[in-house]
Design a protein around this ligand. Structure first.
Ligand code: F6P
Length: 351
């Protein structure tokens, strides 16, 4: 079999593990060839590729990013996009293309499937928001980066008796925030799943400091929003390309907390550090399992399917069912988050 592979959307630790897993399975076990397209669908449409073999994939397992490069370009954005994809299949004698990407990229892979192209999807994102898979690779690495940062921020917050607001990624969901908030022992963690009330946040901080805790870590997911009717977030500053400039909700919160409580507050936005660098062991293993499973799905002709982690096993699910809605944070983790937050004066038990 001849299998094309590409990595699309934002990069993510563990992408190289998927590529390596696919190549090793294809070459060593299934006597197949893998053709890597550079910069996602751009490489397919512009015939920018390299033949990937076991030698080429030596040493890439611990590498962050993707050896193939990535982009957000896709065939449906071009009048002749589908024609060029068809040409790539013909030119290289491709039996399948494995598209590795986030929710948006899975949507593109699914549309290609609907047009009759033989495709397989592999979910990736640090945000962990793709439905029907318990975990995406890259997520655990991002959580570890945030947890290490929170550990460091604790000591400086305590030395200066400050509130430190840590803004983490996650797009529209709070998986990274909840996991790193719990792992790093943040006092308060704010997520898009549970809109916050700024007055209540400040009251909890003030009460905590009155009781003798002179430092507070607040983790805020970049997509967290205030409860309706509480306060209005100013429009985020954007750069010349219209991209949000880092430090959106985090800086607003730090400014509000300092203004309302009088406690000195600072903000740290962890930004793309969360996506860079070497994947943790879990993400290398999950990436490898996904890579092998994607090749096996192609050999079985399971077109339009996405590999997924369910109950610890690698399964296949229709991509069409995995897109369209995001996986939100587990209610049980939200319950722990609420349970561990600093109390309000009224919550205190007598004695
Ligand atoms: O989806 C991954 C992610 O890192 C999000 O957490 C974040 O909102 C977004 O990508 C940032 O995208 P960009 O790299 O285009 O700034």
């Amino acid at each position: 079999m001849r299998i094309g592979i590409l990595t699309g959307g934002g990069d993510c630790p563990g992408l190289n593990a998927v590529i390596r897993g696919s190549v090793r399975a294809a070459e060593a076990t299934y006597d197949s060839t893998v053709i890597g397209f550079r910069s996602a669908w751009t490489g397919v449409m512009q015939n920018d590729y390299e033949i990937l073999d076991v030698d080429r994939c030596r040493g890439i397992l611990p590498l962050g990013g993707t050896i193939l490069g990535t982009s957000r370009d896709q065939p449906f954005a071009h009048d002749d996009g589908l024609k060029r994809v068809r040409k790539a299949y013909d030119r290289h004698g491709l039996d399948a293309i494995i598209g590795i990407g986030g929710e948006g990229s899975m949507g593109v892979v699914n549309r290609l499937h609907e047009k009759g192209f033989p495709v397989i999807g592999v979910p990736k994102t640090i945000d962990n928001d793709i439905a029907l898979t318990e975990m995406t690779f890259g997520f655990q690495t991002a959580v570890q980066v945030c947890t290490d940062a929170i550990d460091r921020l604790h000591t400086t917050a305590e030395s200066h008796h400050r509130v430190l607001v840590v803004e983490v990624m996650g797009r529209h969901v709070g998986h990274i925030a909840i996991w790193s908030g719990l792992a790093g022992g943040a006092a308060i963690t704010l997520t898009p799943e549970e809109p916050f009330d700024i007055d209540e946040v400040c009251e909890r901080i003030v009460h905590r400091h009155r009781k003798g805790r002179f430092a507070t870590i607040v983790v805020v997911a970049e997509g967290a929003l205030p409860r309706e009717g509480t306060f209005v977030i100013p429009e985020p500053e954007v750069d010349v390309y219209g991209h949000k400039i880092l430090g959106g909700i985090g800086s607003i919160l730090a400014r509000e907390i300092q203004g309302r409580t009088g406690i000195e507050s600072r903000m740290t936005a962890l930004g793309h550090i969360q996506r860079g660098g070497s994947p943790v062991a879990f993400d290398r293993v999950l990436g490898t399992r996904f890579g092998v499973a994607a090749v096996e799905a192609a050999l079985d002709g399971a077109w339009g399917q996405m590999v997924a982690l369910q109950k610890g096993q690698i399964e296949r699910v229709p991509i069409a069912e995995a897109i369209g809605s995001l996986k939100m944070v587990d209610p049980d983790l939200l319950r722990l988050n609420t349970m561990f937050q600093p109390r309000l004066p009224d919550d205190e038990h007598p004695g």
